[in-house]
Design a protein around this ligand. Structure first.
Ligand code: 5RP
Length: 229
């Protein structure tokens, strides 16, 4: 069966492993991407079997998946008192220190809010996502009016910004928040904390894809099982 070999199976194992950490009564952050989707589907099966949880989606995509899976949804405002117990989310890269690069799906602004709100943040990934140092171009969500200035500031910081283009139509990718994404190639990111601070300072920057020191555990699906780092 196609889905039972290679990367697809590794992603599934990672997602299911993280979903197994969810218990009755929890408010769960639902991440975006193909690996987090496995966790959402597994949680949907658990809800069918009687698990009582509420999900906080991180994107239009994860909201749709959760609705299809039958997971009751809440907004962050509605859980102001209790907060998010656990968030499960994918990553484009992770390093040995647990720092992440996210935003390949342009959902990193909401992902960062939900993941940072959680008492426990579990990352789900396949082994190809490990990179020391991180070298995936940093996704920078910017207000449309800030596009030119932000690109200039990224160049000043030594990066090469590229406006993300939509795959299926002419024009740029527009995020769930109505903003644009600059993919900023810095080569190897030797100092993620410093770069994260510099990018956050850019006027009109809504969120960058560096998630520094946020992950509590990384569930890495392998050919035979799951390694939890
Ligand atoms: C979306 C993300 C995703 O979590 C990231 O792109 C990983 O996706 P996948 O699990 O499909 O490889 O950050 O903004």
């Amino acid at each position: 069966m196609k889905n039972d070999s290679g990367t697809a199976a590794q992603k599934r194992r990672a997602g299911e492993s993280a979903a197994a950490e969810v218990t009755d009564g929890m408010v769960v952050g639902l991440g975006t991407g193909s690996t987090a989707a496995h966790a959402i589907e597994e949680l949907g099966r658990a809800v069918d079997a009687g698990l009582d949880i509420r999900g906080v989606p991180t994107s239009f995509q994860s909201r749709q998946l959760a609705v299809e899976a039958g997971i009751p949804l809440v907004s962050l405002d509605e859980v102001e008192d209790t907060g998010v117990d656990l968030a499960i989310d994918g990553a484009d890269q992770f390093d040995a220190a647990g720092h992440l690069m996210k935003g390949g799906g342009a959902a990193h602004a909401r992902e960062k809010i939900v993941d940072a709100s959680a008492d426990r943040f579990l990352v789900v990934a396949d082994p190809s996502k490990e990179s020391d140092p991180l070298d995936y171009p940093v996704p920078l969500e910017v207000l449309p009016d800030a596009r030119t200035l932000a690109a200039e500031r990224v160049r000043d910081l030594g990066g090469d910004p590229d406006l993300r283009a939509a795959e299926r139509k002419d024009g740029p990718v527009v995020t769930d928040n109505g903003n644009l994404v600059l993919d900023c190639d810095f080569g190897a990111v030797e100092h993620p904390e410093a770069l994260a601070a510099d990018l956050a300072d850019i006027p009109g920057c809504v969120a960058h894809g560096l998630f520094v020191g946020m992950a509590d555990e990384i569930h890495v699906g392998t050919a035979t099982g799951v390694e939890v780092r």
